[in-house]
Ligand binder design. Structure first.
Ligand code: G
Ligand code: G
Ligand code: MN
Length: 554
């Protein structure tokens, strides 16, 4: 056998089959790719949003911490200078204010305000006092606060700079600080807005970049919230101790651009995968499918069925049995010849599955049949490979037990002469099969290469004379003589003969006159469906009971 036998005998699928194969694999592939791309995109955009919020939250938290530190230091500094007893602008007090200023790093200075003027500060006495604008904010709770924004030159050598003066309403001690200090956080994003907003009044305390007055409602009573609004990504953090919250916000366009970019990347990957997939699908659709693969497929799709060819008793013309022959009709309507697919199945190791399937089909076809035909037999072909493997015995036992109303004697197991290549092995297994009650037949006898001396020791019931010898009957061919030798041999070995492929009455008569007991062939009946077999048998039985001539053909 050609080593690539089953590839050489591969099938080309029909055009419809190819289109179907292509469309189905393309469809499934597209679905999978779309699903994966969807998951990837979802994951990527989540990652991008999370990264943006993460960055924003870190800045928001820092702004809040810096603001709280300033607030803490304002209170602590004012408390420190309040607790001493000296006059507000006395030299001892000025020294204390200078010390306090150094102690609290967030502060620009410590001072004393009276009648709307900064009278003195950690920088010294301001004489008649520096006039201050009216407060822009007056706290209600606690002993703080009065906020004044002013441009102040705290020493003659220093340029005036904007400061906020926070005065304890009680006696005028004040903290002086840079209004932007809490929001002077390092950000490398120039579009980022940061700042603090007074929670109770929704007034801006300090801000870089725009603030949206609706943010506070989004925050509600919670400590933190983050959201996207009006094309800005916003993070808010409320102080648990002071009446303000910090914010950080950036335009969302960069994030959206990144998501678009990720989407584009994923889309191009998906497009590439689709191209590869379509190519692979096209290739596999055009591929020649090895026949062995098609056989597995066909088993799965139940494309096989059995036909039965009657075995006739030559003396009476009665149908005593039938050989089950497997037929494969593909979905394309094409019939595959068994001598093609059986040999491929033997080479590729699916033969056992095929035989098991034959068992299944016989089990279904013949359920209950032998109850009314206890002497009828069905012959089943078993491959030479199987007849050399011991598990065929248990498989047969199981099969027979599964056929309703059947007995082992209702089955003939046909093994080709090729099975006898290793006669030792085959002999033992055949013997066991016969012990179970099955009959055994050597199929295609005369065509194989079994040495005749083994035949004596072989445990078998029938020899089936191959059709080529029957064809030679009454011709000049040497095979004509061989038939006579086979008949003589069978008599010597006490084996019964079945002639195969009997096509005319002359052959039938010739064989019957020479003592051949059984025959198969178109002269009697062609292989037929189970239904046809059963109805013909029914008619035969009725005729043999009612009619005068029991040997009439149906
Ligand atoms: O009648 P038909 O042309 O189907 O038979 C062709 C060959 O295929 C024959 O040699 C026959 O023994 C074999 N064959 C038919 N059916 C089966 C089967 O079920 N199992 C095996 N192993 N061979 C079969
Ligand atoms: O298993 P086996 O090799 O005996 O299979 C029998 C084969 O012979 C099957 O393919 C069956 O269809 C075929 N066959 C049976 N009777 C005849 C016949 O009278 N003439 C021809 N040409 N083929 C037959
Ligand atoms: Mn056969």
């Amino acid at each position: 056998m050609h080593p690539l036998g089953h590839y050489v005998r591969a099938f080309n699928r029909g055009p419809i089959g190819r289109i179907k194969a292509f469309v189905s694999s393309a469809l499934i592939g597209t679905l999978v790719i779309a699903l994966l791309a969807g998951v990837a995109f979802h994951y990527a955009s989540n990652q991008i949003w999370n990264a943006a919020f993460g960055k924003l939250n870190a800045v928001g938290v820092e702004v809040l911490e810096r603001s709280e530190r300033s607030s803490d230091q304002i209170r602590a500094a004012i408390r420190d200078v309040q607790t001493q007893g000296a006059l507000p602008c006395s030299p001892e007090n000025l020294a204390l204010m200078a010390q306090t200023n150094l102690k609290y790093g967030q502060l620009q200075g410590v001072g004393y305000v009276a009648n709307g003027r900064l009278m003195c500060s950690s920088y010294g006495s301001h004489g008649a006092g520096i006039p201050l604008p009216p407060p822009r904010y007056q706290g209600t709770s606690g002993n703080l606060m009065m906020l004044r924004d002013v441009n102040l030159s705290l020493a003659s050598s220093i340029e005036p700079q904007p400061v906020t003066i926070i005065t304890a309403a009680g006696n005028g001690y004040s903290a002086i600080l840079s209004p932007t200090l809490p929001i002077d956080v390092f950000i490398n994003d120039r579009d980022m807005a940061v700042g603090t907003v007074i929670y109770s009044s929704n007034e801006i305390k300090a801000a870089r970049g725009g603030v949206d007055p609706t943010w506070r409602t989004r925050l509600g009573d919670s400590k933190h919230t983050q959201f996207v609004q009006n094309h800005r990504i916003v993070s808010l953090w409320r102080s648990p101790r002071y009446d303000y919250f910090a914010f950080a916000a950036i335009p969302d366009d960069e994030v959206r651009a990144r998501i678009r970019y990720a989407g584009l990347l994923i889309l191009s990957c998906a497009a590439f995968a689709m191209a590869v997939l379509l190519l692979a699908a096209a290739r596999s659709a055009l591929r020649r499918v090895p026949l062995s693969e098609s056989i597995r497929d066909a088993l799965w799709r139940r494309e096989f069925h059995l036909v039965y060819q009657p075995v006739v008793e030559l003396k009476t013309g009665r149908w005593v049995g039938a050989e089950a022959l497997l037929r494969w009709r593909r979905s394309t309507g094409e019939q595959v010849r068994p001598d093609v697919f059986i040999s491929v199945a033997e080479e590729s190791g699916v033969i056992e599955e095929i035989t098991d399937h034959v068992f299944e089909l016989v089990t279904a076809d013949m359920a209950g049949f032998f109850e009314s035909h206890p002497h009828f037999h069905v012959a089943i072909n078993v491959s030479s490979i199987e007849i050399q493997s011991p598990d065929v015995v248990s498989r047969l036992t199981k099969f027979c037990a599964g056929v309703t109303g059947a007995n082992a004697r209702n089955f003939v197991i046909e093994a080709t002469e090729r099975s006898l290549i290793d006669p030792e092995k085959a002999r033992n297994i055949m013997e066991e099969i016969r012990k179970l009650g099955f009959a055994v037949a050597i199929d295609d006898f005369g065509t194989g290469y079994s040495s005749l001396c083994y035949l004596q020791t072989l445990s078998t019931d029938y020899l089936k004379i191959d059709k080529s010898f029957i064809d030679a009957i009454d011709t000049e061919s040497v095979k004509n003589d061989v038939v006579l030798h086979i008949i003589a041999l069978a008599k010597d070995l006490q084996l019964r003969l079945i002639a195969e492929g009997v096509e005319n009455a002359a052959q039938a008569t010739y064989l019957r006159d020479r003592g051949v007991e059984y025959a198969q062939g178109w002269h009697f009946a062609k292989p037929m469906t189970c239904r046809e077999l059963l109805s013909s048998l029914g008619r035969q039985t009725a005729e043999s009971i009612g009619g005068p001539n029991p040997s009439r053909q149906p």
